[in-house]
Ligand binder design. Structure first.
Ligand SMILES: Nc1nc2c(ncn2[C@@H]2O[C@H](COP(=O)(O)OP(=O)(O)OP(=O)(O)O)[C@@H](O)[C@H]2O)c(=O)[nH]1
Ligand SMILES: [Zn+2]
Length: 206
């Protein structure tokens, strides 16, 4: 099922969207560029499929990340420590080659006046991941949005991913992991907080 979405891109509202037919024609050109025949049986419906798949893969372009933070609750009594969601699987696409990079996100925050529905953190990761990205920007955007939306005391995000543009082409170095981190608030100001975050992730890995 095709995901319902707004017609206007959140990140590029001024850019005219092509029609679906134009998008399908572009896929057909790429098939020919790859040296194959778009008329052959197996490829005949591929342009339509790819145009449809793009609506899902890049659905984050049509979503406001702030909307993902819509389930909040008053903070429980004295809870003042970190809330960590580790091992959030994500799939994104590198903006240089339009091929996937994928891996795990570890997201922690220290609440101030309210706490966030846990699923909403994974939702936020998905919204930003389902855009053309660099891993660095993806990491920073998740952290900054969570910081802003929750007015958190601090946010810590670490992402580890394999980039297929490095594995299957170019340098052809499969299995490398790229690690990125972004810290705000107390995680930025107090190195001890960063260490706590990292040791909690390690503990979870055991
Ligand atoms: N910093 C950063 N670089 C990335 C990311 N994804 C891919 N790249 C790199 O972007 C660079 C693009 O380099 P270019 O020389 O413009 O393109 P290219 O000739 O295809 O380079 P190669 O990938 O090395 O074959 C490469 O070094 C990629 O590894 C990312 O998320 N962050
Ligand atoms: Zn790439």
């Amino acid at each position: 099922m095709e995901e319902r979405q707004k017609a206007i891109s959140v990140i590029a509202p001024a850019v005219k969207r092509p029609t679906r037919e134009e998008a399908e024609a572009a896929v057909e050109v790429l098939i020919r560029w790859a040296g194959d025949n778009p008329e052959r049986e197996g490829l005949r419906e591929t342009p339509q499929r790819v145009a449809r798949a793009y609506l899902d893969i890049f659905s984050g372009n049509f979503k406001s990340p702030a909307d993902d933070l819509d389930a909040t609750f008053p903070k429980e009594a004295d809870y003042g420590e970190i809330v960590l969601i580790s091992d959030i699987q994500f799939y994104s696409h590198c903006e240089h080659h339009l091929v996937p990079f994928f891996g795990k996100a570890h997201v922690g925050y220290i609440p101030s006046e309210k706490i966030l529905g846990l699923s909403r953190i994974a939702k936020l990761v998905r919204t930003f991941a389902h855009r053309l990205q660099t891993q660095e920007r993806l990491t920073a955007e998740i952290a900054e949005e969570l910081q802003k939306g929750m007015n958190a005391k601090g946010v810590a995000v670490i992402m580890e991913a394999e980039h297929l543009c490095m594995s299957m082409r170019g340098i052809r170095q499969p299995g490398t992991q790229t690690l990125t981190a972004h810290f705000t608030g107390v995680f930025k100001d107090e190195p001890i907080r960063q260490s706590q975050f990292i040791s909690l992730i390690r503990q979870n890995e055991k």
